[in-house]
Design a protein around this ligand. Structure first.
Ligand SMILES: [Zn+2]
Length: 263
């Protein structure tokens, strides 16, 4: 099976108690069976990833639900499987910020020079700078908040909560209430308040909604300071029409990400 197997380490490995997830995961290249899954239009992206984790991570711990992977890990695993299976070249269109014309990006070579491949994406691994997990932030008001990263299960619960909240509101209320997911999303990240881990989800939402000024900003900044997983930013892509080197832009996820053409 040479060339069809590889290993990877999850960027948020420190978040799990499972020794397999803390160490090297053994990957198996995707094949025709998985392409069938990717082309299935009646299957959710979440379900697709759950299937792949179990079928293409050879040492996947059977009692660990792939939905409980932290969100940066979910994408990192997909990207690593993609690169192992079909190589790092990736094709998409981008618009030049100078002349506004489109270029096909990430063709492996421009003027005989490799401009970018998926291997060039920077990957941040949690815990390499001695950061401990879960994180602890003390707010200016003295409250101590212990918090973590969201998983696929959290994400699903947040969307469900948002949909249910909207359904409860009359149409004219919907535009006045703001985003119902906003406080709930933050609340789901909270593990304990002042070392009390028995605090309920409702109390966490109440706590989040009571935050003001610098307390709110301190917590939000702490969340934003965490870097984990692939940075989906590409920089310096040349325009094929005017030669302008485009500044940093978000990597577009095109249909070629999982259905690459031969290069
Ligand atoms: Zn241009």
């Amino acid at each position: 099976m040479a060339g069809y197997e590889g290993t990877t380490r999850l960027p948020c490995a420190v978040c799990y108690d499972d020794p397999v997830l803390n160490g090297d995961l053994q990957l198996l290249a995707l094949g025709t069976g998985e392409m069938k899954i990717f082309s299935a239009t009646n299957m959710e992206a979440q379900a697709k990833l759950n299937r792949l984790a179990r079928s293409n991570v050879i040492n996947w711990p059977t009692d660990f639900n792939p939905m409980d992977l932290k969100i940066p890990d979910r994408f990192a695993l997909l990207l690593d499987l993609r690169v192992l299976s079909w190589g790092p070249e990736y094709e998409f269109f981008y618009k030049c910020s100078d002349c506004d014309k489109k270029t096909i990006g990430l063709r492996p070579f421009v003027d005989d020079r490799t401009i970018f491949t998926l291997r060039d994406l920077e990957k941040d691994v949690l815990g390499t700078d001695d950061a401990r997990y879960p994180f602890i932030t003390e707010l200016p008001n003295g409250k101590v908040v212990e918090w973590g990263l969201l998983s696929g299960s959290d994400d699903q619960a947040i969307r469900k909560y948002g949909e249910q909240s909207l359904r409860r509101l009359k149409p004219q209320q919907r535009t006045q209430e703001g985003d119902p997911e906003y406080s709930y999303r933050t609340a789901r990240r909270i593990i304990s308040l002042d070392q009390d881990s028995e605090v309920s989800l409702d109390e966490k939402v109440e706590f989040v909604e009571s935050l003001r000024g610098m307390d709110e900003l301190t917590l939000r900044s702490a969340f934003e300071d965490v870097r984990a997983g692939y940075r989906l930013i590409v920089d310096g892509l040349p325009c094929e029409h005017c030669g302008w080197l485009n500044g940093p832009m978000r990597l577009p996820i095109s249909d070629r990400f999982f259905r690459p053409r031969p290069v």
